[in-house]
Write a protein that binds this ligand. Sequence first.
Ligand SMILES: Cc1cc2nc3c(=O)[nH]c(=O)nc-3n(C[C@H](O)[C@H](O)[C@H](O)COP(=O)(O)OP(=O)(O)OC[C@H]3O[C@@H](n4cnc5c(N)ncnc54)[C@H](O)[C@@H]3O)c2cc1C
Length: 416
Amino acid sequence: MANGSGARPLRVLVAGGGIAGQALAFWLTRGGHGVTVVERFPALRATGAQVDLRGQGIEAVERMGLLDAVRGKLVDEAGVAFVDACGRARATIMANTSGQGRQTLTSEYEIMRGDLVRILHDASKDDTEYLFGVSMDAFEQDEQKVVAHFSDGSSAEFDLLVGADGQGSRIRQAILPEGFDPYWRVGIHMAYWFIPRIASDTNVRDTYMVPGGRQIMRRSHNPSETQVYFVMREESEEASVIHREPVERQREFWASRFRDAGWQTARFIDGMQTSPFFYSQEIVQVRTDTWSKGRVVLVGDAAHCASPYSGMGISGGLVGAYVLAGEINRHPGDLPTALARYDSVLRPFVDEIQGEVNPRLLRLGMPMTQRAIDAFLAATALACFLHVPDLAARFSKEDRGGSWQLPENPAPISAV
Ligand SMILES: Cc1cc2nc3c(=O)[nH]c(=O)nc-3n(C[C@H](O)[C@H](O)[C@H](O)COP(=O)(O)OP(=O)(O)OC[C@H]3O[C@@H](n4cnc5c(N)ncnc54)[C@H](O)[C@@H]3O)c2cc1C
């Protein structure tokens, strides 16, 4: 496909077939470029727990023409309840379904990450070359090209390499100054997995607070499965490195930290042992002053992970891919301009969504003592009784992401 600018189509390598990598391939192929996506996982990595789309992320999906596909897979979550050790709801914040104002803790667009990955794949696979079970291990670049070296021993030349390789990006490490630490830590860790659903698991998300800065969440996304989340405040070295240990070690770690927590903890830990899915991560943001070097550029979490607490992790990846593709499609013969504009257009949005995360507030929501938990629950119950969360959501002007507007469509008119 011609790109309409007269410049030759680019050969682009995208390392990482997650949310941002696939969204980028969708838009770049519509701009007439040849895109190869390498994913180190042996198949489409359509796993993960429940994620939400908000603000500009919803609009980005709409501009891809995929909003109906997303609507067809939405998870029905009515709201969030704060429960006590007997499972009694002490306070419940319902989703804002008024169509006005801001989303509450539950978004109108809750979807399983795997479903979103599959939707993006179906929409991009016909025009993109996907290689699974291949990781991009190393590269070198000069003014004319990037040479990428793959885990299967092969190498190939491209005009542009895109690091869509997630929070722990190795490509980011290779383009930033040696020793630079891009992680902004909030001192919180999280693990999540699936267990069989039982009759008392409703479509309201339960949140149970445990002394010691711990929290357990339960939410159910289909008739047979329930998601369990363990979250805790901890700043030890052990907690920071556990996420890179073998899964067995991670499971032991999380079980040991929560065994005494009460409520349904025994059921959740039992289910962890046989869960088909288990994911453990430190809550971090990725903050760097630069997202590109020469012919290498970062997108999604690799560039600007905002963390799940921003509520904009997925939306940020979709919006970042949209902006990057737009600038490349508009300036295919001038990559330095395209990459500089990508940075200047997107950065205010990234600053906005990263700024939504306030570690002090997060810690306040994860108290250390039972007395502080009781006070938190009493205050939340009173606020809910007075409809404060509901009114605050309806009458606030903007959703997360602020007033920043998506730029014009990334695909040339003739291609959409
Ligand atoms: C398995 C998984 C489960 C997740 N579950 C959740 C969740 O439940 N809730 C949530 O909020 N967020 C989750 N996330 C993170 C979420 O997807 C991102 O925050 C967001 O969507 C931005 O997406 P991304 O494409 O930038 O990164 P990611 O979605 O993390 O995708 C990065 C991809 O790059 C691949 N990759 C890494 N290195 C290489 C390499 N060298 N060569 C080739 N491929 C490589 C990885 O296998 C991965 O598929 C999950 C991520 C993954 C990978």
